[in-house]
Design a protein around this ligand. Structure first.
Ligand SMILES: NC(=O)C1=CN([C@@H]2O[C@H](COP(=O)(O)OP(=O)(O)OC[C@H]3O[C@@H](n4cnc5c(N)ncnc54)[C@H](OP(=O)(O)O)[C@@H]3O)[C@@H](O)[C@H]2O)C=CC1
Ligand SMILES: CC(=O)N[C@@H](CCC(=O)OP(=O)(O)O)C(=O)O
Length: 345
């Protein structure tokens, strides 16, 4: 199956290329860039020398429709809302990695992304691609809105306890930490080595665009609307994202009981690994892989549940989950092209 990648020159785009090169059903056909069209990709990314001998092309929906069946959009917020409908109209399967189609309420997008929203009708057509939770809706779909990196780690960590009054849904606090690649390839002073090295900094408190995305899915799963407290922190590493999630238990469960519940919940989800009692995951243990690793602890003194959820932000948080979603759409084995062992140490 021939595919195109729009935004091939960015971090998620280049990761998509790495994953798709290893996918037995896929041929990379069109690599699209805005600012570097006409250049050879391997001249920009030397690690691809002799591996990808393709020239970056301009976006052209007719050309994509003639040469490909699937298009991934790895573009910044505000781009795919205009380009993607042109591909959908031409019968292409579209998978968007940006936030343009995640929020069902266009006003919420305008409020949190400070950009014009996509067409409201299209927002309803987009299937939210949280693979493990929405598998049934993803199968056979032609339009996927891939989740954000923080929502992926948070929602996979929370999903098993969102129903049956296990936790008080109004008590959820999420403390997220991300490596710098999460903010993409563009030059930003706050991302300079001298700003980030030996430093941890909180950012976008009360303003992070992933807040309504997490709340929307909590509501979809639980049937209840609640606000969460969400803090994001930039940490001095390239890849990796950890969300530490706190919630008050409604019932007196032990850590052991909840671990058994999580194991059962994810028994058919090869990319979610539950840590044994008394151990918690670290970002290095998922580096370069599509795994989401989850550890739990119940503090009997405070009756609070702590969930630790880690992913590689560019794999499970972006490109990996996008490929996983294509596998689900096409009903290929979910692990096709994604069975990478994490890179350790
Ligand atoms: N990095 C991450 O960990 C995650 C990223 N995402 C989302 O994925 C998307 C891409 O992020 P990321 O890769 O980090 O960002 P980057 O800034 O690294 O890359 C974005 C790319 O989009 C390209 N682009 C911009 N405008 C256009 C256009 N009009 N037509 C074609 N290409 C265009 C740019 O290419 P050019 O240089 O040619 O202009 C750029 O290389 C974003 O929406 C992001 O929020 C989601 C989850 C995690
Ligand atoms: C470290 C860092 O800056 N991370 C980015 C992740 C952005 C992202 O993935 O944007 P979407 O809204 O398109 O998902 C952030 O926190 O904004």
């Amino acid at each position: 199956m021939k595919v195109g990648v729009v935004g091939a020159n960015g971090y998620s785009g280049i990761e998509l290329i790495r994953l798709l090169l290893n996918h037995p059903q896929i041929k990379l056909e069109m690599l699209i860039s805005h600012s570097t069209k006409g250049e050879q990709l391997q001249n920009i990314y030397s690690h691809l020398s002799g591996i990808v001998e393709k020239t970056l092309e301009d976006f052209d929906a007719d050309e994509l429709a003639a040469r490909t069946e699937v298009v991934f959009f790895a573009t910044p917020a505000g781009i795919s809302k205009d380009l993607l409908p042109e591909c959908l109209k031409r019968g292409l399967i579209c998978i968007d990695l940006s936030g343009d189609f995640r929020l069902k309420d266009p006003q919420e997008y305008a409020d949190w992304y400070h950009k014009d929203p996509a067409d409201a009708a299209l927002l309803n057509d987009a299937v939210y691609g949280l693979s493990e939770i929405n598998r049934r809706q993803i199968q056979g779909a032609n339009f996927i809105s891939n989740p954000g990196c923080y929502p992926t780690a948070t929602l996979l960590g929370l999903a098993p306890v969102l129903k049956n009054k296990i936790i008080d849904l109004s008590s959820i606090i999420v403390d997220g930490k991300s490596g710098i690649s999460g903010s993409g390839k563009k030059a930003i002073i706050g991302n300079l080595f001298s700003e980030v090295n030996e430093n941890v900094k909180a950012y976008k408190l009360g303003q992070h665009q992933h807040t309504p995305e997490i709340e929307q899915t909590i509501e979809e799963i639980s049937g209840e609307k609640h606000a969460i407290t969400f803090t994001t922190n930039l940490i001095p590493m390239t890849r990796g994202l950890m969300c530490t999630i706190y919630a008050t238990l409604e019932q007196g469960f032990s850590t052991r009981e909840l671990l058994d519940h999580y194991e059962k919940f994810y028994e058919n989800s090869p990319f979610v690994r539950i840590r044994p009692l008394g151990t918690w995951p670290s970002t290095k243990e998922v580096l370069g892989s599509n795994f989401c690793d989850i550890g739990l602890n119940v503090d009997g003194r405070t009756r609070r549940l702590t969930i630790v959820s880690v992913i590689d932000n560019v794999v499970k948080g972006a490109a990996g989950q996008a490929v996983q979603n294509l596998n689900i759409i096409k009903e290929w084995d979910e692990q096709t092209g994604l069975a990478f062992t994490p890179i350790y140490p």
